[in-house]
Design a protein around this ligand. Sequence first.
Ligand SMILES: [Zn+2]
Length: 158
Amino acid sequence: MIFGRAARVIDVWLCLTRAMREAWRAFPGDLMALLVMRACDIREPSRRVQAGGVSALLVEDPRAAHYLDHQWIPVHAQTLGRYIFARAELSPEIVDHELEHVRQWQRLGPLFLPAYVASSGWALLRRRHPYRANRFEVAARAREGGVSPRETVLRPVG
Ligand SMILES: [Zn+2]
């Protein structure tokens, strides 16, 4: 009986620590995404996709250009936490690519952006392209055309 109670306490503890860890990892990217949505006057994502154990919210909206057009290199889409930003509806291949970035955000949390920048810096030091040779981009390109995501339309893209 004491072991049963101890097991339940451990289960609850593990569940809480897992939830806190996931919230901590999602927090920086999701917070940035919500700020970008607010700055672009976008109220809600257009659809939710799930594939390979991750889910993401797609923000496919022409108003996202206000953010995407002001990057240090031109970008077609960008992932912040669990949110994927684009000016228009994304192809399944690009969604696969961006879902890998969602996984990277989930793995590294607040360390993702510094690690991403460091990888570009490392590529530059080796006289390689800072975007194409970035290890996070290489991993994302390897996922393109993978498992088809299941999707839920939240609102029409317009
Ligand atoms: Zn990418």
